[in-house]
Ligand binder design. Structure first.
Ligand code: ADP
Ligand code: MG
Length: 308
């Protein structure tokens, strides 16, 4: 029996169709500008090696390089989704390997960053808020300017103080926080946004499975904590002093910024926090207000109600 190579050569010689196809593909491959350039950089490669590696060169030619032929990561047309081919020569042989393309890297970075903004009970549109969509008008100019200043400073480490945005319902206070969280995640800072009424419920429900301390720790230690709608929660002396008080105390000591939104100015909030079922406790409420002032700067936001 003939060795397989001999039979194959014989078959190839006899099969004109195959030969013609092969020649056509070979010509196409060698005409490809990128392959041409690769081969001209490696003039040491002989015809034999090129012929031997024709399949690899052909594969290289058909793949999209660094996303040039793909509209998006999801629509990647390559054999290995999100990987781009590269040709190299090692010990006189042509090798084809794949490396992550930039769309894949962006996609992975995005996935990782999505985890950086954690939220409890925050509308989706807020989580998608972007600074680019914020028109800065007279009434919000100050707030927007301060936000930009914060972001600029954050590139050299987180500033010690966040903001206490207050003003009427619907002017976009929560939206500003969402946009800020999204901007900060690009710098790899994680934010925890929580709607205050939900914060109280969340802590109360943690009693059942004994996870209270773990939860509180989380709020204490997040890079950035955003408390949405402070004053809208059911007032309880215990939550105010033991939970909110201790989270703010910790963050004040560690110089970690906190952001707030509220319908109340700090002066008004003091009144709200002082009134619980246990009576009126102005000293205790005042202590919370002091801590809020240590971790944030008060900014009023006016304007029209944007809620439809
Ligand atoms: P507030 O927290 O002050 O009550 P929100 O932030 O919830 O107000 O904003 C009210 C509505 O207006 C929301 O539906 C929000 O998505 C929308 N909104 C606020 N600011 C903007 C903005 N700059 N661009 C687009 N939509 C906005
Ligand atoms: Mg709000």
């Amino acid at each position: 029996m003939d060795p397989i190579q001999t039979s194959l050569s014989k078959w190839m010689r006899e099969n004109r169709n195959f030969q013609e196809n092969y020649a056509k593909i070979r010509e196409e491959v060698l005409r490809d500008p990128e392959i041409n350039e690769f081969l001209s950089l490696h003039s040491e490669l002989g015809k034999r090696e090129i012929n031997k590696s024709l399949i690899k060169l052909y594969e290289y030619k058909t793949q999209s390089k660094q996303c040039s032929g793909c509209s998006s990561f999801e629509n990647c047309q390559n054999m290995l989704q999100g990987y781009s081919p590269i040709l190299h020569v090692d010990k006189g042989e042509i090798h084809l390997s794949y490396e992550k393309c930039h769309s894949r890297m962006m996609y992975e970075k995005d996935k990782k960053q999505q985890k950086l903004v954690q939220s409890v009970h925050v509308p989706k549109e807020i989580l998608q808020a972007s600074l680019n969509d914020i028109e800065s008008d007279d009434v919000r100019d100050n707030a927007v300017m301060e936000m930009f200043r914060f972001i600029k400073e954050a590139s050299n480490g987180l500033p010690k103080k966040g903001f206490y945005f207050y003003g009427p319902f619907g002017v976009g206070k929560t939206y500003l926080l969402g946009a800020l969280a999204n901007e900060l995640k690009k710098m790899n800072y994680s934010s925890m946004i929580i709607y205050m009424p939900e914060f109280v419920r969340e802590i109360k429900s943690s009693f059942k499975n004994d996870t209270t301390n773990e939860k509180i720790d989380y709020f204490k230690k997040a890079d950035i904590l955003m408390l949405d709608d402070i004053g809208a929660e059911m007032q309880s002396a215990w939550f105010r002093d033991e939970i909110l008080g201790s989270v703010l105390q910790y963050r004040m000591m560690e110089q970690l910024p906190v952001f707030f939104t509220s319908n109340y100015s700090l002066e008004q909030l003091e009144g709200v926090l002082s009134t619980t079922r246990d009576g009126i406790e102005t000293v205790k409420a005042g202590r919370i207000i002091e801590r809020i002032k240590q971790v944030s700067n008060e900014i009023e936001i006016l304007g029209e109600n944007r809620r439809k």
